[in-house]
Each structure stands twice: as structure tokens, then as C-alpha cells.
Design a protein around this ligand. Structure first.
Ligand code: GLA
Length: 722
């Protein structure tokens, strides 16, 4: 082993070691199965030399050539394509050169290694630190940048990416997830062609309504669930984002991920540091399924609040009552929750506002006092009544918003984002509060804090955000308007940070007019999110399939409602694949439906540990067949649960047997259909029988025994014999 290799090994393996490398040295960022190799060139610039499968013999990374792709291209110099960073110095010089100064690698624990690379412009005192946090077991890398201005004057950041990655493959296949209100997360795969493809949001708030900040990028050929090489990436940012994919003249691809710099030039004063949000990615050599499992594990361990803790099942009143209810009706509805056996009752929109009561979506937002006509005894009374019935109680809030018909609007017109000299522009009759103003941020914090202080029994919050930013202008920011989109999101995080210091474990659902906010920047403060207002289970099959690619099941709220004409069984089976809840008039259920639902909640309580904390195997995609099959397997591979949904199947459509995945080939599993309607028996010929994992993964199960019926479903438990 020569001296150089020794130096490299030292960087990787020594805990807490600080290594100052010299020119032509490699910096390794490794997880169990993934390697990223950066090289410091003789010119002292840092290059990305490799990203992909980890070598069997780490020492062979030494053989990897430096390559010519700078790891974090700075704009204004000789590079001809989109840079990662572009800024204007205080003397108006629009260029930046980033040269290697030093790097450190430390291991805060057995699973995580952190590499920080300091880069500096040789002529201007501007520093960029590239951070790479590698999660060994999860095969996930989190990367972000810090940009520090040490110049005497102000610099302006024009572009400030979180990450730049370079890939060299024959072809590149991009899978993106787009949609609209009530049709979120539609999956679309396309081959990238020469030039630029961008996926972005300029919506400010409710930023992901049209595009979710996630993607798969397959190398050479499209991947499926079990084969093919790909990167899965997501930006942890609850605001405008941009993914930029650019194939150059030699067919190399650069992927730039970060805050969308659209209308967002950001000024840094002397000594100020800008920290970009994190780009989180994994690499899989075994298809999308592995990439998703990596991200799910990472999310549960590091990305989502209390990701390894159980969730609450709930009954929500939104679909049942909308804003039309009173105290008596709510207390009656508590009985519905106890009948079903859910843990919590969630009171939705419509409980607040007095001068301008919230009796429709035209008034009341901003006035977070109980409406005296509807709730004469206040929230505290409801909490107590719920507790007396063995239920927890939760409440809906939309703290960032205001209706023009509200006392808040009358008292603080300057607290609202709106353009001078222009008419106000409404979405859902509401406007966005100016969170960049610290007074407004304090007010937003105090709404939630007061509510929880006055009602210590409150056990859950649904935090909504029902509009995007349009015609946005902040009277607080004055001549710094281009900081608005970024500062709004940073201020939201500050509020959430403060709330989490005081209420570290309170379950909070992230909602944004359906799935308009689904990102890991927010999810570190939230326990779950609302994926879509569309709860028709046929639509939900596609929507939940989409989210499952990047988010673990325990974060995806999924409710049984009156949307769709399918049977209660189909609705429930779809909701059970993620975090089960109800939003339905229980009084309208038949006796049989109620019996089924009660049992389903019990079944869910039995299976939820596998669904929430197990590994997900997506077996048959609804995009490829007229059905969807998916399964979860616990860590010990002793228990599994399989969901099978027949969609709009055609007469005499033929479905092949389904090979299961993720089981232990040597274990024997008893196959048992569950969640059957009262009085019905399973049609599954294997029901009640025991098979080896190997048989189930080789020969599989016939999931369409008997006559194939559209919109039918099956939930199957697999329990290993001891
Ligand atoms: C949004 C949410 C719904 C519901 C309504 C209440 O649309 O997505 O679930 O809470 O607001 O107004």
C-alpha cells in the first residue's frame, strides 16, 4: 500500500480525524453500498470523479481518474453551462472561482460520516463549504452548501444550489411527479434529450401543488422496481425549488438541485452566511424499490419527526360536516370515533371567528378564537368531552393565512403580502401573511402556542396552507423584495423550530390544500402529511403509489371517506396501506359496514407496525397493469402484509400469479387473508396454508381466484412459523 492510499484510508476510517489533503488527493464519501469520489486537481479545484456503486475493494477507488466535472461549478468564469453558484461581488465583478482550501471528515456516530470541504475564491474573500453527510446503513447522502461573505461590502447570490451531481451514461431517464389539486403525484417518465430540462416551483407557499420536489434518474435504460441503476433525489425545502438537468455536448449530465433562484437574488452582508437547504439522495443498482426503501429508512431514522414512533388513527369531521356543525353535533360525532375504535377525533375547519364567523371559506381566517355560536363552551370543553369518551382531540389551523373579512386584516393590513398599487389577488378568498416580518412570525407562533397553552389536552394539529403566493410583495422587506420567497420559508422554519422546542412530540399533520407541501424540509417538524383532497380510492391508488416512492407509509395520511362509489372494503383496504384514518359519516354506514370497519381498525392496529416500520416492496404498478400489488415486510422477515387492488379491470382480463418479495426463503409462512366483510370467506386457494418464503417468491400466489371483479381488493397477512 503506498503512502497515498494510506492517506485515503485515513480519511475514511478515522473517527474525528481532520485531514488537510494536498493537490490530487481524493475525498471519499462512502455508505455501505454507495461511493462518491471527489478529487482535488493540481489546479486546486475539486472534481466529482465518481458516483455509484461502492467498490468491493475501496483501494481501487485510487484508480479512478479525476475527470473534468467540477463538483460545484461557479459561474462567470470559463464553464459554459449552468453553474451551481453564481454571484456578484461588492465591486460588481460577476465571477467566482472556487479553490480547495481544506477538508475534514468526522464520524459523529457509527452510522454517519460528515465531510466538509472548504473552498475559497483566491481573489475575493468569499468562501463556500460543501457539506456531505453520508448515512451508512441507509445508503443516503445529504448534501448542502454554506456560502460566506467576508468581503467588506454586500454580495448578491444569483444562483445558490444545494448540490451539483455529474453522471455519464448512454441515456438518462427521468421520472418526475407532477399534478394539481386532487390529482397529485402523477408519475411520468421520459428520456432526457440534449439541452436543459427543469422541474421547478415558483408558487412560494403550497409550493408543491404542481410539482413535488422529488425525482428518479435512471442511467442507461429505464429502471423497474427491482433492476437498473438510478439516483433518487429530493430537496428538503418548503418553498420554491428547482431541479436542473442538462446534457452537454459530450452526453454528460449535470443535475443541479436547490432553491429556485427565480426572483430570488439574495444579498449577503459582510460576515453573513447563507446555508442552502439539503439535497437528499440515494443511489440504487437494484431498481426503484431499493431506492425507496433506502429513503424510507433514512426518513424514519433522520428525516421525519418521531419517524420510529407509532401514529394515531383518527376520525376527521371535514367530509362529514364541512364548516357546518355545532358543539352538540361534534360531541355526537365523538361516539362515531369510539364506535370505530380510532385514537383521536380531529376537528377541521370552521370552528373560529366571531365578528366574521367561519361559516364558509370567505371569512374568518386569522381570527383564531372559538366561534361562540358553534362552540359556546370552547375547545377546552370538547377536549374534556373527548377524553371522557376515551378519545384524544385534535384541531385544524391555517396559521399563515388571512381572509380580508377578518379582524386580523382590519387591524394589520401591513402584515399581508400584497402589491402596492394593485388589486389584491385572492385564492380561496384568502391572502398570505408576511412571515418575513418578525412581528407576524411571533403572531403565528403565538396562535399555536396559545391554543396549546389554553388547552393542554390538545393532542394533534392539522396545519393547513391553502394558497400559493401571487402578487407577492412585503412591506417589511422594503428594498429587499427578492429575499421574500427564501425568507418566508426560513421564517416558517424558525416558527416551527420554536414550537418544537416547546412541544417536541405533538403529532402535527402537514397539509396544504391537499398535497401542496410534501418535502423533507417540513417533515422534520411534522409526523405525517395530507397527500391529496382526492380520497376516491381508485385515484388514491395512483396518488399513494406515487408518494410511496419517496415517503414512508407512516407519513402518508390516508382516510376512508365518502368520495368514490367503491365498497367500504375497497376504500378501507386502500387507506390501510398507509396511515389509516376516517373522514366519513359513520351514521350513514350499514350495520355490516360498521362491523367491518370496527374489525378493520383492530386489524390495522395489529398490522400497523409492519406497515409503518417495515420494508416496502412494490410488486405490480397500477401504471403497468390494471391492478396494484404491494407488500410490507418487517425487519426480522417474520411478518408481512400484502395489499392487492384490482382496478377498472376488464371482462376476462388475465392476471398472472404474483411472486412475493422480501421474505426469508427459508422461513415458513402461514398465508391468511384478513379484512374480509363479515360473513364472507376468502377465495384465495392458498388461504390458511403454509409455504416457504422461497415458494412464495418463486411460484407466488394467485391473487385473482374465481371471477375477476373490478374495484375489489385483498389484504393478506403472512406470519412465519417459529
Ligand atoms: C384543505 C384541506 C382539507 C380541509 C380543508 C378545510 O382543502 O386539504 O383537508 O382541511 O382545507 O378548509
Amino acid at each position: 500500500m503506498n503512502k497515498f492510499i494510506l492517506a485515503v484510508s485515513f480519511i475514511i476510517f478515522c473517527s474525528g480525524a481532520v485531514v488537510t489533503a494536498q493537490s490530487n488527493k481524493q475525498i471519499l464519501i462512502n455508505t455501505k453500498n454507495v461511493s462518491m469520489v471527489l478529487t482535488v486537481g493540481t489546479n486546486n479545484r475539486v472534481y466529482q470523479s465518481y458516483l455509484g456503486k461502492r467498490f468491493l475493494n475501496d483501494e481501487e477507488t485510487r484508480l479512478i481518474p479525476q475527470g473534468k466535472h467540477e463538483a460545484y461549478v461557479a459561474g462567470g468564469m470559463e464553464d459554459l453551462l449552468q453553474p451551481a453558484i453564481r454571484l456578484t461581488h461588492s465591486d460588481n465583478n460577476p465571477s467566482l472561482e472556487l479553490k480547495y482550501v481544506s477538508h475534514t471528515t468526522r464520524n459523529p456516530d457509527d452510522n454517519v460520516s460528515e465531510t466538509n470541504i472548504i473552498l475559497q475564491d483566491p481573489k475575493y474573500p468569499v468562501q463556500v463549504i460543501l457539506h456531505y453527510q453520508a448515512f451508512n446503513k441507509e445508503d443516503v447522502i445529504k448534501s448542502w452548501a454554506e456560502i460566506k461573505n467576508n468581503e467588506k461590502g454586500e454580495i448578491t447570490l444569483e444562483d445558490y444550489a444545494s448540490s451539483m451531481l455529474h453522471l455519464e451514461a448512454k441515456d438518462y431517464w427521468l421520472t418526475q411527479f407532477h399534478g394539481d389539486w386532487a390529482s397529485e403525484m402523477k408519475m411520468q417518465e421520459s428520456k432526457l434529450t440534449s439541452g436543459v430540462k427543469e422541474i421547478d416551483s415558483k408558487l412560494g407557499t403550497r409550493a408543491d401543488m404542481y410539482q413535488t420536489p422529488v425525482f428518479f434518474l435512471a442511467l442507461n435504460k429505464p429502471t423497474d422496481e427491482t433492476t437498473g441503476e438510478l439516483i433518487a433525489g429530493t430537496l428538503a425545502w418548503t418553498g420554491n425549488f428547482k431541479f436542473h438537468f442538462e446534457i452537454d455536448e459530450r452526453n454528460a449530465l449535470r443535475v443541479i438541485s436547490g432553491v429556485n433562484s427565480y426572483a430570488s437574488a439574495y444579498k449577503l452582508k459582510k460576515g453573513q452566511i447563507f446555508t442552502t437547504p439539503a439535497f437528499i439522495f440515494t443511489y440504487s443498482a437494484n431498481g426503484k424499490g431499493q431506492a425507496s426503501r433506502n429513503l424510507h429508512k433514512w426518513a424514519r431514522n433522520y428525516g421525519v419527526l418521531d419517524g420510529n414512533k407509532p401514529r394515531l388513527t383518527l376520525l376527521n369531521n371535514w367530509e362529514a360536516t364541512h364548516v357546518n356543525f355545532d358543539e352538540k353535533e361534534l360531541v355526537n360525532l365523538f361516539d362515531d370515533a369510539t364506535k370505530l375504535g380510532t385514537d383521536l377525533f380531529l376537528l377541521d375547519d370552521g370552528w373560529f371567528g366571531n365578528k366574521y364567523p367561519r361559516n364558509n371559506d370567505k371569512a374568518g381566517l386569522g381570527d383564531w378564537q372559538e366561534n361562540k355560536a358553534k362552540l359556546p363552551n370552547g375547545i377546552g370543553y370538547l377536549v374534556k368531552q373527548a377524553e371522557a369518551k376515551g378519545l384524544k382531540f385534535g384541531i385544524w389551523l391555517e396559521p399563515e393565512m388571512v381572509n380580508p373579512k377578518s379582524e386580523l386584516y382590519e387591524q394589520h393590513p401591513d402584515w399581508i403580502l400584497k402589491l402596492p398599487n394593485r388589486e389584491e389577488n385572492y385564492q380561496r378568498n384568502q391572502l398570505v401573511l408576511d412571515l418575513t416580518n418578525p412581528k407576524v412570525a411571533d403572531y403565528v407562533y403565538s396562535i399555536v402556542d396559545d391554543m396549546l397553552t389554553k388547552n393542554p389536552g390538545l393532542a394533534y394539529i392539522k396545519w393547513d396552507c391553502n394558497r400559493s403566493m401571487t402578487n407577492a410583495w412585503s412591506s417589511y422587506l422594503k428594498d429587499r423584495q427578492s429575499a421574500l420567497y427564501v425568507d418566508y420559508t426560513l421564517s416558517l422554519y424558525k416558527i416551527l423550530d420554536k414550537l418544537r422546542q416547546k412541544y417536541p412530540h405533538l403529532p402535527i399533520m402537514l397539509c396544504s390544500g391537499g398535497g401542496g407541501r410534501t418535502d423533507y424540509g417540513a417533515l422534520k417538524y411534522f409526523t405525517e402529511f395530507w397527500p391529496s383532497d382526492d380520497t376516491d380510492p381508485l385515484e388514491r391508488v395512483y396518488i399513494q403509489w406515487g408518494y410511496s416512492n419517496f415517503f414512508p407509509a407512516l407519513t402518508i395520511s390516508s382516510h376512508v371517506t365518502s368520495w368514490g362509489k367503491q365498497s367500504i372494503k375497497f376504500k378501507t383496504d386502500v387507506a390501510m396501506m398507509d396511515k389509516l384514518g376516517y373522514d366519513i359519516k359513520v351514521s350513514k354506514m350499514t350495520e355490516e359496514e360498521l362491523q367491518f370497519s370496527k374489525q378493520a381498525v383492530k386489524n390495522y392496529n395489529r398490522l400497523s407496525n409492519i406497515i409503518w416500520f417495515g420494508d416496502l416492496y412494490r410488486i405490480i404498478s397500477p401504471y403497468e397493469e390494471n391492478r396494484m400489488v404491494t407488500m410490507y415486510v418487517n425487519d426480522e422477515r417474520s411478518k408481512a402484509v400484502l395489499f392487492n387492488y384490482n382496478l377498472n379491470t376488464r371482462y376476462k382480463e388475465v392476471f398472472n400469479r404474483v411472486r412475493l418479495q422480501g421474505l426469508d426463503g427459508h422461513k415458513l409462512y402461514k398465508v391468511q387473508e384478513t379484512n374480509l366483510m363479515p360473513g364472507t370467506k376468502s377465495n384465495l386457494s392458498e388461504n390458511g396454508h403454509t409455504f416457504s418464503g422461497n415458494y412464495l417468491m418463486t411460484m407466488g400466489l394467485n391473487l385473482t381466484p374465481g371471477k375477476l371483479m373490478p374495484l375489489t381488493s385483498m389484504v393478506i397477512e403472512l406470519n412465519a412459523e417459529n
